[in-house]
Design a protein around this ligand. Structure first.
Ligand code: ZN
Length: 400
């Protein structure tokens, strides 16, 4: 089958199912009907569904993976470890991609192409999606791999909401990771949950103070691409952008709070390691990041960075200083720079704060302690107030 024909077929399939699909909350995976099987000719993934749902699939290269987007389907019953014993699939991940859209990602150990994808109505009102993958050459895989041209099911709930009194400085709080991107994990604890909790506590603290407007890039367990987080802040006209994280680091013994600003070329190996971990988020969720930074945008962005970087550096310096001054007995604080994608808003002072490292027992305890979360959010509020004052003073000096 020619590749263009197959693409057309898959799109038609998705649209047909969209027409068929009626919004119901009950749609979910039926574990007993969900199997990944292997035979001489290839592999077949069967997804059992309690209701008919819209779906689409596509492949992406470097690394090779198959992505299956489903409409609003609960993946709670999705069996784990389906890929065990299947050499062609090195990993199988799934989760909420964004509100109303779930995603399953198969990491392919060898190049394979979609031979067919069919939907069968089951006797019990449910359905089956059967996806057949057969071996392909690396070149074939590369030609066919491409992200979908349009986003289906873009839900309105994702619209971020600004809270707080009019004309106050707008602080955008970005809880890192979310949805199928867990962030760092330690046992049952996931970074995505810790940082969402912290973002909410900080939002409440800032709103209670009454001198800020606040917007959360996500107020739910959903995946948001890194570029989209930056865009949310820019569209809203943010005065400052704070991305909250709590990573694990296997290299050395990292602990304590670290404030990062953007650096195009970081010499510090630890900063490079942490930035690489954080930038991985889009890859985890199967978003292609290649090609996003074409040469022209690079040049334009670099021009804008020069203007904003002094502002961002001052912002990061003050945040780090206040953290150090107020919290150093509690938790060690540092100031570093790294190449974080999420800090690339060319016109918004942006910092990324690693609140602590969940790989450190001491840090992990604090990150989960409501009293510590409150203390930390009050420190960050104080730091923001000091920064705003310093900026106002600076503008005054420049005017005189
Ligand atoms: Zn993180």
């Amino acid at each position: 089958m020619a590749s263009s024909y197959r693409h057309a077929l898959l799109s038609v399939l998705a649209i047909w199912l969209l027409a068929l699909w009626q919004p119901v909350n009950a749609a979910g995976i039926v574990a007993g009907n969900t199997v990944l099987a292997r035979d001489e000719g290839g592999i077949t993934l069967t997804l059992g569904l309690s209701e008919a749902v819209p779906f689409r699939l596509f492949t992406l290269d470097a690394p090779r993976r198959l992505l299956i987007d489903l409409g609003p389907v609960s993946l709670e019953e999705m069996p784990r470890g389906l890929e065990r014993g299947i050499a062609e699939v090195s990993a199988l991940r799934f989760g909420l991609f964004q509100l109303g859209e779930s995603r399953i990602v198969l990491d392919l150990a060898v190049p394979m192409r979609v031979k067919s994808a069919v939907y069968d109505q089951g006797a019990d009102g449910g359905g089956l999606i059967r996806i057949r993958l057969v071996p392909a050459s690396a070149a074939e895989f590369a030609t066919e791999a491409s992200p979908p041209r349009y986003s289906l099911w873009r839900p309105a709930q994702l619209q971020a909401r600004v809270e707080g009194g009019a004309n106050l400085p707008l602080i955008v709080l970005d809880a890192g990771h979310g949805g199928l991107d867990m962030g760092a994990e330690k046992g049952e604890v996931a970074e995505k949950d810790i940082v969402l909790q912290m973002a909410r506590v900080l939002r409440d603290t800032l709103l209670e103070d009454g001198r800020f407007r606040v917007l959360l890039t996500r107020d739910a367990d959903v995946f948001i691409p890194l570029g989209e987080r930056v865009e949310i802040a820019r569209r809203a006209g943010a005065d400052a952008f704070i991305s909250l994280h709590a990573d694990t680091v296997t290299l050395g013994r990292a602990r304590g709070t670290t404030v990062f600003s953007l650096s195009q070329a970081s010499e510090d190996q630890e900063a490079v390691t942490i930035a690489t971990l954080e930038n991985r988020a889009d890859l985890v969720a199967g978003i292609s990041v290649e090609g996003e930074d074409d040469l022209l945008t690079q040049v334009l962005l670099q021009m804008a960075y020069r203007e904003t970087s002094a502002l961002s550096n001052r912002f990061a310096d003050i945040m780090a200083e206040v953290l150090w001054f107020q919290n150093d007995n509690e938790i060690k604080s540092r100031r570093m720079a790294g190449g974080f994608r999420v800090l690339r808003a060319p016109d918004t002072p942006s910092v990324l704060i690693e609140l602590g490292f969940i790989s450190d027992k001491n840090d992990l305890e604090k990150l989960q302690d409501p009293a510590w979360q409150q203390m930390m959010s009050e420190t960050l509020r104080d730091a923001l107030l000091i920064w705003l004052e310093a900026e106002a003073e600076m503008r005054g000096l420049l005017r005189n």
